[in-house]
Ligand binder design. Structure first.
Ligand SMILES: NC(=O)c1ccc[n+]([C@@H]2O[C@H](COP(=O)([O-])OP(=O)(O)OC[C@H]3O[C@@H](n4cnc5c(N)ncnc54)[C@H](O)[C@@H]3O)[C@@H](O)[C@H]2O)c1
Length: 301
């Protein structure tokens, strides 16, 4: 292993791109966040200091480290500026294998030969777009969770990922203070997400079939497990557009009737612009969501 990573490029400045960029910057790396959309990149730049404070409040890192980290992040919509000296890429563009392949192919033309390309895909596998990168041996998944929840990260190679790439990525996860779960082979949804997507799909089926309200479904989960959040609260945190995109993609790929119904159920929220915590309204209204309050589970012992 010889590559010393200094510059990190994040592709996509949405929910995850901002969080991953922030964690890398707080850990001392120079970070560029690239997005195709001028408005979104402005919003990401405005939001980063607030996000940094919120994550520091959760105890992930100190407020001073957060402040210094924010200063290390650059924002751009110019691909040349973004990619020309990147050592590692982590892409967080929407969950669509064609789009992910397209951005990897685009940055293959711009980035130095040594640049490692990682994907933060939730449910796809890297071999679906590794060849499009023109450097499949330098591609693997590096998949993050919500920074405020955990520092667990998944590393997942595809059949052409080189051992050298994996070693560099393993070291990088340590350098950004993350704990890696390494998969032995490609598997859609990694480990935790596999369990989570089954939970989401079951919860959506119960709600879309009108078996119970989404509040009651969350109350069942929270009340029995003494958990601080239920599946619909978690979906608000992930972002309903992302949950819809993933549900819709797999519903069509597997031609599954119930999953299509679940996607339709989610689409109504997306069409109304209620995308979850990031728009302050999804299944619940934020910042004072009902499930944060003790009355939500009043009487549960
Ligand atoms: N939200 C989560 O909790 C979560 C967790 C882990 C992984 N993921 C995965 O991360 C990825 C992104 O999810 P998100 O929730 O951050 O989505 P998001 O919708 O919040 O952000 C996506 C961003 O990508 C940008 N984009 C679209 N096309 C682009 C392009 N060609 N080049 C550069 N930027 C482009 C959009 O403008 C947007 O700002 C998805 O693959 C998702 O499955 C999400």
């Amino acid at each position: 292993m010889s590559l010393k990573i200094k510059k990190v490029l994040i592709l996509g400045g949405g929910t995850m791109g901002q969080q991953i960029g922030l964690q890398c910057a707080v850990s001392g790396f120079d970070v560029t966040i690239y997005d195709i959309n001028e408005d979104f990149i402005k919003k990401a730049e405005e939001r980063l200091p607030r996000l940094a404070k919120k994550v520091a409040d959760s105890g992930r890192f100190s407020h001073e480290a957060a402040k210094q980290g924010v200063k290390r992040v650059k924002f751009t919509t110019d691909p040349e500026t973004a990619g020309k000296d990147a050592d590692i890429i982590n892409e967080s563009v929407p969950e669509d294998p064609k789009l992910k392949g397209k951005v990897f192919a685009q940055f293959n033309e711009i980035c130095p030969e040594h640049t490692i390309f990682t994907t933060n895909t939730s449910t796809l596998v890297p071999s679906m777009f590794a060849d499009a990168s023109g450097r499949p041996e330098k591609v693997c998944a590096l998949h993050f969770h919500d920074l405020q929840l955990t520092n667990v990260v998944d590393i997942m190679p595809h059949p052409k990922t080189s051992e050298e790439t994996l070693e560099i990525v393993r070291q990088f996860t340590k350098d950004i203070d993350h704990y890696a779960i390494e998969l032995k082979k490609e598997y859609h949804g990694y480990v935790f997400n596999n369990m989570l997507s089954t939970l989401f799909s079951t919860a959506l089926t119960l709600a879309s079939r009108e078996v119970a309200s989404y509040e009651d479904i969350d109350k069942a989960w929270m009340g029995v497990l003494k958990a601080p959040i239920g599946p619909f609260g978690m979906m608000d945190s992930v972002g309903l557009e992302t949950v819809w995109k993933i549900t819709d993609y797999w519903a069509n790929t597997l031609n599954d009737k119930q999953s299509k119904k679940n996607a339709e159920f989610l689409k109504k929220f997306v069409d109304d612009g209620n995308l979850g915590i990031k728009t302050r309204k999804g299944f619940y209204e934020y910042p004072d969501a009902a499930y944060f309050k003790p009355e939500f589970l009043k009487g549960v012992k």
